[in-house]
Design a protein around this ligand. Structure first.
Ligand SMILES: [Zn+2]
Length: 246
């Protein structure tokens, strides 16, 4: 935990940065009286990302930079890990780009090591946060062109991603995401084993005839207190041999 004094100092630094941002934007607006709303917002976004990136860095390290009091042991060989200082890493998120300094513990035998803070924050080896990766992969799967998906991602998030990076992420995470989606789709169609009493599951109907007819119509109904609402009625019927409805 930070000392009260440290906290106040950080808060004042934060307020000073916010004020700088306000002044800069105010000045810009003074010089651009004809700017559209989007043009104004485009001035705000990068500054907001910079400011929020700094806030994220502070909040991420509020409980320390991963310095462990107790001696850590290597998960591979059980030997004690050696503290090796605090290397810096980047984290990219829609809110802003952040730089984090965090403790690194190295195993001289296995040559590997761990960053306890990365683990606590559930960060992965990529510079993007896990949620950011999930959003990028989702677009990469939905849009059948990596350059177009990368452009869409940049437009939506204001974060740069190259088409080759996106392609790598989709290859690495896409299969897992498709598996999860398939499981979700299956779960919607499967009747669970422990159906609660009174809960009725809809059976999947078999068509009564090779030719089925669907008719749909709607009308307006005045509901007291809510006004006019549209009601839709759908009728599904089996086609008879003589062309009549069934
Ligand atoms: Zn080891």
């Amino acid at each position: 935990m930070k000392s009260r004094e440290q906290r106040e100092q950080d808060k004042r630094r934060w307020q000073a940065k916010s004020e700088d941002m306000y002044d800069e934007l105010y000045e810009w607006r003074q010089q651009h009286p004809e700017a559209s709303f989007d043009e104004i917002a485009n001035q705000v976004t990068p500054r907001r990302q910079e400011l929020m990136g700094k806030l994220l860095a502070e909040l991420a390290c509020q409980h320390g930079q991963g310095e462990e009091v107790e001696g850590l042991a290597c998960e591979e060989c059980g030997q004690p890990l050696v503290y090796k200082g605090k290397p810096q890493r980047g984290v990219e998120h829609l809110e802003g780009e952040t730089k984090l300094r965090r403790a690194y513990y190295h195993c001289p035998h296995c040559k590997g090591g761990i960053f306890p803070l990365d683990r606590r924050l559930k960060l992965v080896k990529h510079s993007w946060s896990p949620e950011t990766i999930a959003q990028a992969v989702q677009l990469g799967i939905q849009i059948p062109s990596y350059p177009r998906a990368a452009t869409s991602f940049e437009r939506l998030t204001r974060m740069a991603i190259s088409k080759s990076s996106l392609q790598k992420l989709v290859c690495e995470y896409g299969e897992r995401l498709v598996d999860i989606q398939a499981q979700e789709a299956d779960a919607m169609l499967t009747v669970p084993a422990d159906v609660e009493e009174g809960e009725a599951w809809r059976a999947i109907p078999e068509p009564d005839s090779e030719e089925m007819a669907v008719a749909m119509d709607g009308g307006m109904v005045n509901i007291r207190g809510e006004g006019w609402k549209e009601v839709k009625i759908v009728a599904v019927s089996a086609g008879g041999k003589r062309g009549g409805g069934g």
